[in-house]
Design a protein around this ligand. Structure first.
Ligand SMILES: *Cc1c(COP(=O)(O)O)cnc(C)c1O
Length: 864
């Protein structure tokens, strides 16, 4: 019988056990094995049934058991230690409290998903888990961060398989009362805080705010399941990445606009300092900038009202935008009309003209679609600082978004890169020691074997459960006891299943794969997992293809597909596999983090040189699958064939022989050495500690400084200056460039020589303080383009002007410090001390057609 209503009845803990409740409600247990062990010892059976959720555990432990524990002095002592440890952890000064420099008083970090523990299924994959790792690390380092997201009532789906391997989705009820979450309440009457958004047609979207404690970091999750909401509004936060366009827009409005309102409410009721910096993890939360513009328009902290343009400057200065996808389909784009309707007269953000909203997100650049509102574009326009998530992805993002900065070389597009990292306490198996240098080879090998053995048990357990679910009888499943072998080379492949990740590349040549699996001396076993997006039929077909292959009785003991990939399973895979395989279509993997987690456990990476691996791969600790992204870039069939062949070859000729080559004591020396290199040299780089310190130093601190400089008068001044520059820009020209000390164009000059540059420019009513006139020089390619990266930019000085025609003369030396084909050009950029870089405004002037003696029209004079 189905219940018509559901309650959650909280247990009353005996007084001596009260600290358990605080321990359960702080998610630090998710990365603190000692606390988890304490919970397990309460009632191992109930712990298993609670799926690792201590709040659920506490309501499941029988009262008699609780009474018994309340008298158990040994248990109470351990409880006191754990509670004391948590109290210290959340209060003592940490890295941030000791760091120097101007640091933000607070940072609000917005993300559509957060993966903190498998028990809180509010994530679909890497983006969310990265966000979870970001919060945990902020807690460890003492960074005053507030996380902001949505509470999805059905989270992301749970995956199972039909008998013939087709993905099934389930959406179990997620009851926040059974979770380590507390509703945010007003201090006076204790009423739940409500956030409200105005929707067209007089509708109102209301949301509660749930708070999770991630160590010392609060995470605020907005929940639209409020009784007063109409059914449509109530479902806004029903599930992660479900629904159509309007549903998605409402989710993003709630996250961005509602999220800022939730932060304000939280700071008001808790006394947490107001954040100075807002960081948006991918573009979904981009509306947060608009909400802050609205706030400033109604009067900032000191009561001064800022006009739209000035408020935009202030908001941009304090905003950091991280882009995560080089796949255009990964970016949210909405129909212009849909957005216009929601920000129109009876919609949200009264006080901001709908045209101003639209202008921020429209694809108003070459190659853009005129009627599309693009969240990534808005993210870039609303943030003074932006970054991709690996060196390669930074470069790919600069190319992808270059049309927003017309005329600039992609290397100058103001999107930096900051490589992701992973939270070691979450992802490292407790058995792996902090320092692998002291372990002897044999000990390290024994550690690897024991981790592999645990994985084998886990694989069998999950496979058995999956087959039962697929309809097999217990009696048919005896073979599962022989699945996997703790002494066989184990390869893992697990991730979401978008097509670019190529789940089935390994099936390209089935016979060859089968030979590897069944090799008499050097067999390989493979564990595969991954969820396809519910709307992605193609992805589900890939899953089915893999499942069918692994169902084959000839190989089913050597290759398995485990349904319902999530954090709990992932931990076992990263720890127990010997090799972590990743074969995306380069360069579509922005960073990839699963291989980093594997590395922390001494699992070796075998990957296409994409994302983080492109940056840090060394043959001492892994293998690079050669990528055919140059020659065969557009021929995916051919590309798959080439890359799959390379993959098989690496396994047959290098990986398997190295794994099975043993010394006199049965230890594979060379393998163990690679494990050691992975742990000691790669391990420290992949840490989220390193990532977060970089965010603080390279992005948060400069953003805090910039936005502090933008006092209301400074913001108004900057906005007015930008308007003046934009208006005057069409009149800015370079009309003459000449050099002295030049023998004549086309002739060779000697290295070490110096030329004198003289440039005549018109500034269209602007003054020399408003611009920088630069010489750009460097090596040139066959088409006379100056290489973006090695280019040297030298500011020239105004020496005379304005003359009768309003022209200025700029001069400066140009050193010929390189041999070979060398060229230079001249350009003018806006300049202001509050700009973060020369390309910020996207304005640039290059020499007019006949400004220089060269005929290439770019004004670049060429010397060979
Ligand atoms: C780390 C992780 C991911 C992301 O892995 P990628 O290598 O970035 O694809 C996805 N899901 C889970 C459960 C993870 O732990």
């Amino acid at each position: 019988m189905k219940a018509i209503r559901r309650f959650s009845v909280r247990p009353v803990l005996p007084e001596p056990l009260r600290p358990l409740s605080d321990l359960a409600r702080n998610l630090r247990w998710s990365w603190h094995p000692e606390t988890r062990e304490l919970f397990r010892s309460l009632d191992p059976e109930a712990w298993r049934a609670s799926a690792g959720n201590p709040v659920r555990l506490l309501s499941a432990v029988p009262a008699e058991r609780l009474a018994e524990l309340a008298e158990d002095r040994g248990f109470l002592r351990r409880l006191a230690v754990a509670a004391g440890d948590l109290a210290d952890y959340v209060s003592e000064p940490r890295w941030y409290q000791r760091a120097d420099g101007v640091l933000p008083s607070g940072v609000a970090y917005f993300s559509p998903e957060f993966g903190i523990t498998g028990a809180l299924p509010q994530y679909s994959g890497g983006l969310g888990i990265l966000a979870g790792d970001h919060l945990k690390t902020a807690s460890d380092l003492g960074v005053p961060l507030i996380g902001v997201g949505l509470l999805y009532r059905h989270g992301y789906f749970r995956q199972s398989l039909t008998h013939d391997g087709w993905q099934q989705e389930h959406y179990p009820v997620f009851d926040p009362n059974e979770q380590p979450l507390q509703i945010l309440r007003e201090p006076g009457d204790g009423a739940p805080v409500r956030v409200e958004l105005r929707l067209p047609g007089g509708r109102v979207l209301r949301a509660f705010v749930w708070k999770a404690c991630v160590g010392r970091v609060p995470l605020l999750l907005l929940d639209s399941d409020v009784e007063e909401n109409a059914p449509g509004e109530r479902d806004v936060t029903d599930r992660l990445y479900g629904g159509g366009s309007e549903h998605r827009l409402l989710q993003e409005m709630l996250l961005g606009i509602g999220g800022v309102r939730a932060v304000r409410a939280y700071c008001r009721v808790s006394g947490h300092p107001e954040p100075e910096v807002f960081h948006t993890n991918e573009g979904h939360a981009g509306f947060l900038g608009l909400e802050r513009i609205r706030e400033l328009g109604e009067g900032g902290p000191d009561g001064t009202r800022l006009g739209f343009d000035a408020a935009l400057e202030k908001v941009r200065a304090g905003t950091v935008f991280t882009t995560h996808t080089p796949v255009p389909a990964g970016i949210d784009r909405f129909d212009r009309e849909l957005v216009a309707r929601h920000f129109g007269d009876d919609g949200e953000l009264p006080g901001i003209a709908v045209e101003d909203v639209l202008r921020l997100g429209m694809e108003s650049y070459a190659g853009g679609e005129p009627n599309v509102f693009n969240m990534a574009v808005m993210g870039l326009r609303l943030a003074q600082r932006a970054n991709g998530v690996s060196t390669l992805h930074g470069q790919v993002s600069r190319e992808m978004f270059a049309p927003l900065w017309p005329g600039f070389d992609s290397s100058e597009v103001p999107i930096g890169s900051l490589t992701n990292g992973v939270h070691a306490p979450t992802w490292t198996a407790p058995a792996v020691p902090a320092d692998a240098r002291d372990l002897k080879d044999a000990e390290l090998w024994e550690l690897r074997r024991s981790l592999r053995e645990r994985l084998v048990q886990e694989v069998r357990r999950r496979l058995y459960a999956s087959w039962r679910q697929r309809g097999a009888a217990q009696a048919e499943l005896g073979w599962i006891d022989g699945v996997f072998d703790p002494d066989v080379l184990t390869v893992g492949f697990a991730r979401r299943v978008p097509s670019y990740k190529r789940l089935t590349l390994m099936l390209r040549d089935r016979d060859r794969l089968m030979e590897q699996l069944l090799h008499p001396q050097r067999p390989v076993q493979i564990v595969v997992a991954g969820k396809a997006h519910p709307a992605d039929e193609g992805g589900k077909r890939l899953v089915q293809e893999l499942v069918r292959f692994s169902d084959d009785p000839r190989v089913r003991h050597r290759i398995v597909f485990l349904p319902d990939y999530g954090m709990a399973m992932a931990r076992h895979l990263y720890a127990g596999c010997d090799v972590w395989l990743n074969n995306p279509l380069r360069p579509l993997e922005a960073c990839g983090t699963s291989g980093m987690k594997a590395a922390l456990n001494g699992c070796l990476n075998l990957s296409v040189l994409d994302g983080w691996w492109d940056e840090w791969f060394e043959p001492d600790f892994g293998w690079a699958v050669p990528s055919a992204d140059g020659a065969a870039a557009d021929d995916t069939e051919r590309r798959d064939a080439i890359e799959a062949a390379a993959l098989y070859e690496l396994v047959e000729d290098h990986i398997a022989p190295q794994f099975y080559e043993r010394n006199g004591s049965g230890v594979p020396d060379r393998w163990v050495e690679m494990v050691r290199q992975t742990l000691t040299r790669l391990g420290p780089k992949v840490l989220a500690d390193r990532m977060l310190r970089e965010y603080v130093e390279r992005l948060y601190a400069p953003a805090a400084r910039s936005q502090r400089e933008l006092t209301p008068p400074a913001a108004e001044e900057l906005a007015a200056w930008k308007a003046r520059v934009r208006a005057a820009w069409p009149g800015v020209v370079i009309d003459h460039v000449e050099t002295s000390g030049e023998a004549g164009s086309g002739e060779a000059l000697e290295v070490g020589a110096s030329l004198g540059l003289r440039v005549r420019v018109g500034l269209g009513g602007l003054g020399p303080d408003d611009v920088e006139v630069q010489a750009v020089s460097g090596c040139v390619d066959e088409s006379d383009r100056i290489a973006g990266r090695g280019a040297v930019r030298t500011p020239l000085k105004p020496t005379r002007g304005p003359d009768m025609e309003g022209r200025w003369l700029y001069e400066g030396p140009l050193a010929l410090d390189r041999t070979g084909a060398f060229g230079y050009t001249v350009r003018i950029l806006p300049a202001h001390r509050l700009l973060a870089g020369g390309a910020e405004m996207g304005l640039l002037v290059v020499p007019s057609e006949n400004a220089a003696s060269s005929s290439d029209g770019t004004g670049g004079l060429l010397m060979r």
